[in-house]
Design a protein around this ligand. Sequence first.
Ligand SMILES: NC(=O)c1ccc[n+]([C@@H]2O[C@H](COP(=O)([O-])OP(=O)(O)OC[C@H]3O[C@@H](n4cnc5c(N)ncnc54)[C@H](OP(=O)(O)O)[C@@H]3O)[C@@H](O)[C@H]2O)c1
Length: 252
Amino acid sequence: MAARAPWQRVWIVGASTGIGAEVARQLAQQGVIVAASARSAEKLEAHAARNPGIRPYPLDVTNEAAVASCFARIEADLGAIGLVLVASGAYAPLSVDEFKAENFRATYGVNYMGVIHVLAAVLPTLLNRRKGHVAWIASVSGYRGLPKAAAYGPAKAALINLAESLKPELQARGIDVSVINPGFVRTPMTAVNDFDMPFLMEPEDAARLTIEGLAARKFEIAYPRRFVAILKFARLLPYRLYFRLIRKFVMK
Ligand SMILES: NC(=O)c1ccc[n+]([C@@H]2O[C@H](COP(=O)([O-])OP(=O)(O)OC[C@H]3O[C@@H](n4cnc5c(N)ncnc54)[C@H](OP(=O)(O)O)[C@@H]3O)[C@@H](O)[C@H]2O)c1
């Protein structure tokens, strides 16, 4: 059972499937009103039908104007939002044979600019209120460069850096910032992976840890603990050793 949620109203972008959908479900179970966004209106409506408390607000996060008007509509309908969580994202492995700028634009558009669009929409209101919590899902793949993640990994690294950059100023203005760095979680996104995913987690556990970390107002929420410890250690290794380990364990 997740920690008791300290928010009355939450907006989750990327709430139709995977981690975002499960966070929405668990929060709704605790009596939180959840504005749930993603592109798929049907999935959001089905989600809402199963979970009173979830309200669908379909949205493409790559459309800046649509994000701004969606947030205005949500607050007009439901009242002040206490937590904004961006869980939208897209992953496609990228080999050097498919090195096209378009692949990078698409990945950055959803994963990085999606978060920027949400922040641009919500920050003026939260800054006025001197209150609120903004959070987004990056990834442990943002810790260091990994094979086949040339488009996805740098976008996630940028999201971690973005959180580090914004936290001191926003905290001083009364707004909490959290970045969530999951390892492998069983969701539609990872269903395409054709390799054994180490320390694979279930979305229910990922969502519970996410809610607990957010409720405790942690800056970084990273899981599963052992995988995160290994990857944080790998971050400290000199390049020669790091690349040797990547060749041996990742590219084998
Ligand atoms: N699963 C993992 O192992 C893992 C590990 C590390 C980090 N992450 C990150 O965790 C987050 C959630 O991923 P997940 O595994 O739960 O994947 P998922 O099940 O594929 O969920 C992705 C969500 O993003 C939404 N989305 C995608 N493009 C969108 C767009 N343009 N506008 C609005 N919503 C959009 C999807 O809904 P629609 O398709 O309906 O729009 C869906 O709700 C992502 O940021 C992902 O990079 C996942």
